[in-house]
Design a protein around this ligand. Structure first.
Ligand code: B1M
Length: 211
């Protein structure tokens, strides 16, 4: 409980040393690192986002908190990935959609997928639909996953579904969508195969998709 509170505060205060110390403490104590990420650090960055949305803080502060968040997820992801499974279950290609640079959540989803034996091809952020499809064909992906954090870039997830259908490729890949403004309703509406609410849910859904 104390760790969760300290994690949230470290992000809100843009305190990198404190954040990294809390992360290391969680690793050493053998705590559930995904839980610490979700309830601690991620909750902290969302709070900062809410303050930004209300105009209580400005972009430079949001950027600083995001940098601390990146650093700390890097530390935790390394520890989580240490338990990566060896057996390859399936290949998933993942990207943040065009026009969108938010990639912290995508990073967490990726490290958790790796622990479950998925081979993950990460195309990064701000990736156009054409490139996503090209690469998916090239690596013979089983699943294509897209992350969108802006209400304006959600449309790219629909564009992907439409393009796959238009090119006669829709049956070749399974698709999963995620990101803060994304919902099951949206996934159903655009015809995606699955929606991941958070990293654990994303892994669960991907495992179902390859059944
Ligand atoms: Co921006 N941003 N941001 N931002 N940012 C939001 C999204 C916002 C809600 C903040 C706010 O105003 N309250 C708002 C969007 C409003 C809207 O669209 N309605 C916003 C805005 C406006 C902007 C800019 C336009 C600001 C500006 O420039 N004026 C700008 C846009 C840049 C762009 O993309 N073109 C911008 C920039 C940035 C930073 C660069 C400063 C930074 C991103 C740094 C980075 O990612 N490298 C940033 C941040 C940090 C945020 C908030 C505060 C936090 C996002 C985050 O990392 N959350 C965010 C507020 C919020 O989300 N409430 C906000 C933590 C992360 C663990 O959660 O990403 O949701 P999340 O991922 C979760 C799940 O969603 C899910 O699992 C993850 C793990 O649990 N998931 C998936 C995610 N992807 C998945 C994929 C899957 C499955 C599950 O399958 C493939």
């Amino acid at each position: 409980e104390e760790v969760i509170k300290e994690a949230q505060e470290a992000i809100a205060n843009c305190d990198e040393d404190k954040a990294v110390a809390v992360a290391r403490q969680a690793i050493d104590a053998g705590l559930d690192l995904v839980g610490v990420l979700n309830e601690g650090f991620s909750a902290g960055i969302r709070k900062v986002g809410d303050m930004f949305g209300r105009g209580e803080i400005f972009l430079p502060e949001l950027i600083l908190s995001a940098e601390v968040m990146k650093k700390v997820t890097g530390v935790l992801e390394e520890a989580i990935a240490g338990g990566a499974a060896q057996d390859k279950k399936a290949t998933i290609l993942i990207a943040t959609v065009e026009g969108d640079v938010h990639d912290i959540g995508k990073g967490i989803v990726i490290s958790l997928l790796k622990t479950q034996g998925f081979e993950v091809i990460d195309l990064g952020r701000d990736v156009p639909v054409d490139r996503i499809i090209e690469e998916a064909i090239k690596v013979d992906a089983d699943i294509i996953g897209t992350s969108a954090l802006l209400t304006t870039t959600l449309a790219e997830q629909k564009k992907l579904e439409d393009e796959l259908r238009a090119r006669g490729l829709r049956e070749r890949f399974k698709t999963i969508v995620g990101g803060a403004p994304c919902t099951q309703r949206w996934a159903d509406k655009i015809g995606a195969d699955a929606y991941g609410e958070d990293a654990s849910d994303a892994v669960k859904k991907c495992l179902e998709l390859i059944q």
